[in-house]
Design a protein around this ligand. Structure first.
Ligand code: HEC
Ligand code: HEC
Length: 165
């Protein structure tokens, strides 16, 4: 009897899991399998280390997506042979090319302006500037940057002159 109950409990547990998975599948774009990534060697890395592990690469990519508030297909286009998968190596999308420049820029900011100024012993990696620093969950920070005009109004440029007497 007891084991029957256990089996029932396990089965209903599976039922709930499957329901959640089905709901999730409907919520996201189910036509594209964004989770499908083949193994290294990578075909077309131009700024990231060519021998980067799959775990590290996926970690970075998820970070880019979250920082910009987008999914993988914002930068990667569907595979021509199998449209259910993404063609990660393809450079067709302009967003991917812009992102490549952004990765370079972010690396340069860290290398030039942060790393040299950290006291010794330096941490192995000093990554202070990253995508979310500027993007804050939007693909194009232009929108909230334009609101900065409102901030400037609160700055009294006369103040410093007055201090000088
Ligand atoms: C903001 C743009 C952007 C997003 C979003 C993004 N990627 Fe990328 N991805 C890139 C860029 C740029 C490269 C190439 C980097 C280089 O040249 O070193 C790349 C390369 C890759 C590669 C290596 C392909 C190869 O063989 O050359 C894989 C795999 C990959 N991305 C998977 C993903 C996955 C999975 C996601 C979603 C979790 C994702 N990407 C989201 C921009 C993005
Ligand atoms: C120093 C600030 C800054 C950092 C850091 C930064 N970005 Fe950007 N990014 C911008 C700004 C500003 C724009 C909008 C430029 C414009 O449209 O005039 C932009 C635009 C983009 C675009 C094009 C969006 C569009 O709508 O055309 C992509 C893609 C992008 N960034 C990806 C990234 C990724 C990936 C990273 C991290 C590796 C990153 N950015 C880091 C400031 C930054």
């Amino acid at each position: 009897m007891k084991s029957k109950k256990k089996i029932l409990a396990v089965l209903s547990g599976f039922g709930i899991l499957i329901m959640v998975l089905v709901l999730y599948a409907f919520k996201t774009d189910s036509s594209i399998d964004e989770g499908y990534v083949s193994q290294p060697p990578w075909e077309n890395l131009q700024v990231l280390p060519k021998d980067i592990s799959k775990d590290s690469l996926i970690h970075l990519m998820k970070n880019y997506a979250a920082s910009l508030g987008v999914k993988c297909n914002y930068c990667h286009m569907p595979n021509q042979l199998d449209p259910k998968k993404l063609d990660f190596a393809s450079d067709t999308k302009i967003e991917k090319k812009i992102a490549r420049g952004m990765i370079k820029m972010t690396d340069e900011i860290n290398e030039t302006y942060f790393k040299p100024h950290f006291p010794d012993p330096k941490p192995k990696q000093v990554y202070v500037a990253n995508c979310v620093l500027c993007h804050r969950g939007t693909a194009n920070p232009k929108n909230y940057l334009s609101d900065m005009g409102l901030m400037y109004n609160t700055y009294e440029s006369d103040e410093s002159e007055k201090d000088k007497g």
